[in-house]
Design a protein around this ligand. Structure first.
Ligand code: MLT
Length: 249
């Protein structure tokens, strides 16, 4: 069963769907949306179990669940074909959308994301994270991740915003996403099947997805283009919103 996602919509023109990463919600795009809305119709949902979509329906069990929810939203909005950008876990969701219905994706952008799967240690860590979130909520993740997702010496207000967004996520949605990510397939071979213009946006200071991985991803895409933002970490849409919006445009 799909879940009816909560979303925002801004601007007019060609549609662009923005998919947030883990354990976050659509607010990560808040500084890029005003820039993008001058150029296109921006659709910004909260994934199942996150933000304002929390509590609606069963927890996700795989990336395909998130992907189906997004297609349901696109159907509701009357969108046959659209561009989509996924941040990190949002990129894993975008790859799942491509597996389900490639003909609906006009352009794709992978923002500090990757195509590979988790190794065994990574999978075990996902389960440990899920169990701990279920026990004590997401605050520990805010402490553990906030220092890692931004480039060194982040702006205080950006750091505070990231922590605020992580802390406000419901434990069940975060735990479900952690387990769902552990089960995602290795999609590196899939990249060669993506036949639309595709952006790979990387942060030079990203400590979660190294630039080398982004370079390999861009090379594997048949119409891939790499943009590396100097001085940005894993959350370029919050760290460098203007440059992120320009790259997406
Ligand atoms: C994200 O930003 O969505 C996560 O860091 C992705 C992951 O943990 O693989």
């Amino acid at each position: 069963m799909t879940v009816r996602l909560d979303f925002e919509e801004h601007g007019a023109g060609d549609p662009l769907l923005l998919i947030h990463g883990f354990p976050l919600d659509r607010r990560i795009w808040e500084a890029v949306v005003p820039v993008l809305a001058g150029r296109c119709r921006v659709i910004v949902p909260d994934l199942r179990g996150f933000g304002r979509s929390a509590g609606a329906g069963e927890p996700a069990t795989g990336m395909e669940d998130y992907a189906r929810d997004l297609f349901e939203l696109a159907d509701r909005l009357g969108l046959d074909r659209f561009a989509a950008a996924g941040h990190s876990m949002g990129g894993y969701v975008l790859l799942a959308m491509h597996r389900l219905a490639p003909e609906r994706l006009a352009r794709m952008a992978f923002v500090t994301s990757r195509a590979g799967a988790d190794d065994d240690a990574g999978k075990r860590n996902r389960e440990a994270v899920a169990l701990r979130v279920e026990r004590e909520g997401p605050a520990f993740l805010a402490e553990a991740m906030a220092g890692k997702v931004l480039a060194p010496n982040p702006r205080e207000d950006v750091l505070a915003r990231v922590k605020e967004i992580i802390c406000s996520q419901p434990a069940d949605g975060v735990a479900a996403a952690s387990r769902a990510m552990a089960g995602r397939p290795d999609a590196r071979e899939q990249l060669g099947l993506i036949q639309v213009p595709s952006l790979v946006l990387a942060g030079r200071e990203d400590r979660i997805v190294p630039v080398e991985e982004a370079e390999a991803m861009a090379r594997a895409l048949s119409q891939g283009r790499l943009v590396v933002l100097e001085g940005a970490g894993h959350l370029p849409m919050l760290e460098q919103p203007e440059a992120t919006a320009r790259a997406l445009i």
